[in-house]
Design a protein around this ligand. Sequence first.
Ligand code: NAD
Length: 450
Amino acid sequence: MMEFLNRLSNTFYSGKTKPLAWRKSQLLALKRMLMENENAIYEALKKDLNKCQFESYISEYQYVLKDIKLFIKNLKKWSSAQKVSTPVLAQPGSSKLVPEPYGTVLIMGAWNYPLQLVLSPMVAAIGAGNCVVLKPSELAQATSNLLANLIPKYLDNDAFAVYEGGVEETTALLKQRFDYIMYTGSENVGKIVMRAASEYLTPVTLELGGKSPCIVDDKVNIKVTADRIVWAKFLNAGQTCIAPDYILVTKAKRAELVEALKASITKHYGEKPFNSDDYGRIINHRHFGRIVSYIEAQKDTLVHGGETDEENKFIAPTLMLNPELESGVMQEEIFGPVLPIVEVDNMSDAIRFVKDREKPLALYFFSNNQKNIDAVSQQTSAGSMCINDAVIFMVNPELPFGGVGNSGMGSYHGKWGFDTFSHLKPIMHRSFLADAPIRYAPYTSFKQKL
Ligand code: NAD
């Protein structure tokens, strides 16, 4: 076993992580770490993804601070035992459900929101009373280094460790035994994690990705629709797991939508998005090449954007109209600033299109028609659904966040995160009184009575 894992496991065994006062002290330490290093966090995110300060603030820094606040406020309530009823057969007696921490949890994050995707699950794991090994993504090197540097300075080193590295190091880490694993990233690595976890029957939460459809109905406020789609798609230069991957729209509405999307892109990122302070860059040259290949293969279908700059890993907000459905851009998760628009005949066609593919992480439907809203919600499956907006549902901690089918399993956010990192232990407490002899063998006399 890796030495630091021994340390964490001994700490958990000692019971140190169980008192609520200790959990709270660690959450407060994490809060202090964020607040005292706010600028260093923005710098790391800028270096990794050219993330502008506003996006870093709302989707990483402030996002985790809000989580901490929510957990501190609810810690006592969420961790309390819940009484449940006890049937006559087990009377006199009482029954309750007691959340207990699993032990040492491994949290592996992706590079696109490199701070939030490891710290938000970590808040939940601490709140539930676990020890944590954090494995940030090596692709967001600056943020990974920053976390590895800061966490040991602020948090209890007996209970927490940051483990950095790429495929080789992670492969070695996954050979170790954990009590729970939460993985955020691609489907392929998700399978590797699940296979490794099966060796010890370790439970997993897999937060994966996929192609999240965005269906636009005929009766919508076109300007608001376009602005919301453009914001959600080009945030972080399209590198968001719940970004609208492609649009489905009817032939009748298509021209109006394309014009509104173009106008919105220009309004928010300017005539030359390269010069916009608010527009991100692609994480590395490999992903840059992957996204550029989608554009090159479907060049004839471009209706906006398409400019790229390899040295700066820049890809302009790009719109495609009716790319071939067999092409890479319509077969793989795009995870970049390219938005294909696909025409359908009607909403039933759109529903069929979605149902013919893997279950997505998110599904967006812009519509004012309740009958169509009901049809889409009832006939399609997705990790989450948002009507008349995109991505924004993430701000509601009352909603569990997670995938279904190929987009993942398990969920977190708010209390759902607390529950994910807790085993809900049922405890029945019986009295020694009223011990009915009828339940004991030999059963003959009982059977004769039946
Ligand atoms: P990534 O390459 O950073 O990988 C994520 C983690 O897996 C890292 O910690 C990395 O070190 C590890 N890893 C990579 N290859 C490995 C291997 N061969 N063996 C063991 N470990 C390995 O991130 P990614 O996978 O490129 O992330 C992008 C994907 O993540 C997209 O599909 C996106 O939709 C998804 N995503 C999902 C969510 C969500 O919350 N559901 C959030 C963000 C991203």
